[in-house]
Design a binder for this molecule. Structure first.
Ligand SMILES: NC(=O)c1ccc[n+]([C@@H]2O[C@H](COP(=O)([O-])OP(=O)(O)OC[C@H]3O[C@@H](n4cnc5c(N)ncnc54)[C@H](O)[C@@H]3O)[C@@H](O)[C@H]2O)c1
Length: 255
């Protein structure tokens, strides 16, 4: 087991116990890291507060990442108590459900902007706000999906957002690299969460993965969390700007 004792980790994007962020936070906590959790809005507080207690989080901060003021407030609260952050996990995305369920060429300007803002810019905004806390050896991790690279029916707007996110990982890895900070992404196979409830055809996709992926099964949340732990720890000290697939090998298949 990886030892994360003495490390502090901020995890953005816990909504409930099915969130990928929850599994990563749980793995970090089990490995001994001190946790800071952040969640999007007051409605989620009643779900996230018990999770914070369960995982022994030392700080829990409400932050709508589309608000510069809220991000600044989050940064201030963290800087009041901490001099450095070893790990930053960005497990945040959203698009309007109606944007995903229509032909891609009917994407609205407003829907396009919103998906890019929440799913992509929030990563840049978080790194920018927390820059002074990210020290040599710190690791930043975000979550992406194969729909960034190939067309996945019903993923539409989110595929474009994930392509932009993966490009941001490379540019952030370059710009933060001079500070010794690493930036990577995990491209996870489909998992049932609050976010995927808005995407139709997930069951069919999962059945197809069971039939055709090299491992002939779907992944589970804990497998994403284990790979996250590697990318967030010193075990991956030479890795930056990568998109690492945790998808039972599905991405290597032509059909
Ligand atoms: N579930 C999957 O199959 C899958 C596969 C690959 C990648 N991902 C990615 O993993 C990440 C986490 O998604 P998930 O599946 O765990 O679903 P989730 O719904 O549990 O997590 C998404 C999180 O984004 C947060 N969020 C949305 N708008 C926000 C805002 N304005 N400010 C702050 N937070 C905001 C939500 O509150 C939620 O906590 C996303 O980037 C998603 O695209 C998911």
């Amino acid at each position: 087991m990886i030892n994360m004792k003495g490390k502090t980790a901020l995890v953005l994007g816990v909504a409930n116990q099915r969130s990928i962020a929850y599994s990563i936070a749980k793995a970090l906590s089990s490995a001994g890291a001190e946790l800071i959790l952040s969640y999007a809005n007051a409605t989620l507080a009643k779900r996230v507060e018990p999770i914070a207690a369960e995982l022994g989080a030392k700080l829990i901060i409400e932050c709508d990442l589309t608000s510069d003021a809220a991000i600044q407030n989050m940064g201030n609260k963290i800087r009041e108590r901490y001099d450095s952050l070893d790990c930053l996990v960005h497990s945040v995305a959203a698009a309007q459900a109606d944007e995903l369920n229509k032909p891609f060429h009917h994407t609205s300007r407003q829907g396009f902007g919103l998906a890019l803002d929440i799913s992509v810019y929030t990563l840049i905004a978080a790194v920018k706000e927390l820059e002074s806390l990210l020290k040599p050896g710190s690791s930043v991790l975000t979550l992406t999906y194969f729909g960034a690279q190939k067309v996945v029916p019903n993923y539409g707007m989110m595929g474009v957002a994930k392509a932009a996110l993966e490009a941001c990982v490379r540019y952030l890895a370059y710009s933060m690299g001079e500070h010794g900070v690493r930036v990577n992404a995990i491209s996870a196979g489909p998992l049932r969460t609050l976010s995927t409830a808005a995407i139709s055809g997930i069951s069919e996709l999962q059945k197809r993965i069971e039939k055709t992926s090299p491992l002939q099964r779907n992944i589970i949340h804990e497998e994403v969390a284990k790979s996250a732990l590697y990318l967030l720890s010193d075990l991956s000290s030479g890795v930056s700007g990568e998109v690492h697939f945790v998808d039972a090998g599905m991405n290597i298949m032509a059909y």
